[in-house]
Write a protein that binds this ligand. Structure first.
Ligand code: NDP
Ligand code: ZN
Length: 174
């Protein structure tokens, strides 16, 4: 059983009708695959539960997937990590953004790695392929919010934190 490929296939199916927000509407699955690739090949992360959780990280938040479904297919550890990086969609957007900053330091080290890779991926995407309707000011606002979230994640993986800092250096000019 290759659990990594099982997670790729599961996430590809769950996100099959979704697209990212860039002008070309890239396939959604590119993003979770990027997280796992950043962790494994830029961060040398070998913890399989972290890599599998990275591949599944947006399934509960953005598809019909439940925590129980992840637990039965991928185990309790993976289900717990994904749950830790899942926003409560019942809350207003601004509150969700505030809570990500407030909670970052309290989540597990495994969840911190997934969240760090998520912010690296999103900053790189905004720098290379921003959502079509985002002004430079809104892009800059996202960079600053991501920076505030990552402040709470630091201390677990300094090399990946440096990768984040390099991505942050591409913050669009005002
Ligand atoms: P976000 O601002 O949170 O949208 C960004 C999210 O979309 C990312 O975190 C990422 O989430 C996902 N995403 C998909 N495609 C891309 C891509 N190509 N590049 C980067 N991220 C991508 O949510 P909303 O669009 O709902 O905006 C709501 C918030 O934006 C409000 O709280 C408000 O503060 C702010 N806002 C600012 C405005 C401004 O002009 N300054 C105007 C309007 C709103 P994931 O990793 O989960 O997929
Ligand atoms: Zn994501």
């Amino acid at each position: 059983m290759n659990t990594i490929l099982q997670a790729v296939a599961f996430a590809a199916d769950k996100h099959r009708n979704q697209r990212r927000k860039d002008a070309e509407a890239s396939p959604y699955i590119n993003h979770p695959i990027t997280l796992a690739n950043v962790l494994a090949n830029e961060g040398n992360v070998a913890d399989e539960a972290v890599l599998v959780a990275a591949l599944l990280h947006d399934t509960i938040e953005d598809t019909q997937t439940t925590r129980e479904e992840l637990a039965s297919r991928f185990g309790e550890t993976v289900a717990r990590i994904v749950t830790e990086v899942t926003d409560d969609k019942a809350l207003p957007k601004a509150e969700r953004k505030r809570l990500q900053v407030a909670h970052a330091a309290q989540i597990s080290d495994q969840a911190k790695l997934v969240k760090l890779a998520d912010k690296i991926s999103n900053l790189r995407d905004i720098a290379a392929r921003p959502p079509a309707d985002w002004s430079a000011g809104r892009q800059r606002e996202y960079f600053d919010w991501a920076h505030a979230v990552v402040a709470g994640l630091r201390g677990v993986h300094p090399a990946l934190e440096a990768v984040f800092d390099a991505a942050y250096a591409a913050k669009p000019a005002a």
